[in-house]
Design a binder for this molecule. Structure first.
Ligand SMILES: [Zn+2]
Length: 454
């Protein structure tokens, strides 16, 4: 009897696990971005942070977030017409974070972008604005012992009058937040209640209800981590792109941060989610920027660019990557003529002090499946190599008194054109970093000149 019971339990657990894994692998294949939810933080009675320092515009976070969110929705709709972009609010209404998360989940978003503005603690300053006369009393005593009498004598003194004010914050810039993926029931609950990606919801005949599933078991932990990792990685990618695009505008980009507390809305959404703290509302420069049409538009455009990069990356994961190395014999005459059929742009001339140089080849920027071949003095040195963040290392033997030329030939454009590589070149003494960019019309080259060491 006991054996049967155990076996039944095991079967139930195993089938449960199978459903989860099936759901996971199914949804993992569906790497598309169909719906984006943009949330203007706060609203209605919840003003959020307020600009309150001397000479502040006294602007409220809820208005700034709505203005930026409006522009972001418009920009995303314009740049990504095939994607549905929906706001959680378009007017000054109050929604608690639970409502916001529910809206995002109900609308079936694959991406949740929360717009907020930061504030920091303010110091108080004071300045003297005049003086005033005040009456004080000097206490003396007459007589002694039991007959002691207290006598107070008034006198006038002049004292300064101060005005107090709040010193504006010096901290400024944009930061991006993602939820720290740890075992948090709200995220799991939300994932469990999630949309069409999760088969368990669509299958009411399943006798093992989702609520019975215990995430504290070994399998449960694995599943939870699998799901969270899925959102965590994607959220982190988008957050990194947003930070990068903000930096490109010249604004101070404060990086990608993770936290668990205080961003409930991120953990309660069944999709990758980021929160953008667009700027500090109690920093004068940031407050003006956040309230300006141009500042709002610039942020909307930067975030849109990041979403486009995110979408490209997401969809490139759907494609089966080509083999990393194409095994072919060296020096195929056909390839050389292919190289010559394109224009070659010289990117750098390096003066090196050794006739032996080490070259490390990486993908520059995002790893997007760039495949390159490298020729050195017309000889095939690297044949159709897929670039990654790990170095591919080779050595070049320079010939004295000759033009030593390395040419990078793009075998494809990767998913994010052009084809970009970072070359770290060392000659035993010095280290050089060269960024090469090639496409289907242009090769990139580096020329080496041997320094004469007399
Ligand atoms: Zn806020």
């Amino acid at each position: 009897m006991i054996l049967i019971k155990v076996r039944v339990l095991f079967l139930l657990a195993a089938s449960q696990l199978l459903i989860f894994i099936q759901a996971f692998s199914q949804s993992a294949k569906k790497n598309t971005l169909r719906t984006i939810i943009v949330d203007a933080g706060h609203g209605g009675t919840d003003a959020g942070a307020v600009g309150q320092y001397e000479h502040s515009l006294r602007s409220q976070e809820k208005d700034v977030t709505l203005a930026i969110a409006d522009k972001l929705v418009a920009q995303l709709q314009k740049e990504l017409p095939g994607v549905k972009t929906l706001p959680t609010r378009t007017t000054d209404i109050y929604q608690n974070p639970r409502e916001k998360a529910k809206i995002a989940n109900d609308l079936g978003g694959q991406l949740f972008i929360c717009i907020h503005a930061d504030s920091g603690p303010l110091k108080q300053g004071r300045r003297q604005i005049g003086t005033r006369m005040v009456t004080r009393y000097r206490i003396t005593h007459k007589k002694k012992g039991k007959k002691k009498i207290k006598v107070s004598t008034p006198y006038e003194v002049e004292e300064p009058v101060y005005e107090y004010f709040k010193i504006p914050l010096t901290r400024k810039g944009t930061s991006v937040w993602i939820f720290a993926a740890h075992k948090t029931s709200d995220k799991i609950k939300s994932i469990m209640e999630g949309g069409e990606d999760f088969e368990i919801e669509q299958n009411p005949s399943d006798t093992v209800g989702q609520s019975n599933f215990d995430f504290n078991t070994g399998e449960g932990k694995i599943i939870a981590e699998l799901y969270m990792k899925r959102f965590q990685e994607k959220s982190d990618h988008l957050a990194t792109f947003v930070n990068d695009e903000v930096e490109k505008t010249g604004r101070s980009a404060l990086g990608v941060n993770q936290r668990q507390k205080g961003i409930w809305v991120l953990q309660a959404t069944n999709m990758p989610a980021i929160l953008v703290e667009t700027g500090f509302i109690n920093n004068p420069e940031d407050e003006r920027y956040l309230n300006s049409e141009s500042g709002q538009q610039e942020l909307a455009e930067a975030i849109t660019k990041a979403v486009i990069r995110y979408k490209n990356q997401l969809e490139s994961n759907n494609k089966v990557p080509p083999p990393a190395i194409n095994v072919l014999t060296k020096e195929q005459p056909l390839s050389n003529s292919l190289v010559d059929s394109r224009a070659t742009k010289e990117m750098k001339v390096l003066q090196v002090s050794s006739n032996k140089v080490k070259v490390e080849l990486y993908d520059d920027g995002e790893i997007d499946n760039d495949i390159v071949s490298v020729y050195f003095n017309k000889h095939l040195e690297v044949d159709k190599r897929s670039l990654s963040d790990k170095a591919y290392t080779f050595t070049l033997n320079l010939e004295a008194g000759k033009t030593n030329e390395l040419v990078m030939y793009a075998e494809n454009l990767g998913t994010i054109p052009p084809n970009t590589a970072l070359m770290v070149i060392t000659d035993g003494t010095n280290r050089y970093e060269v960024r090469l960019s090639a496409d289907l019309k242009n090769n990139a080259s580096v020329r080496f000149e041997l320094k004469n060491n007399n």
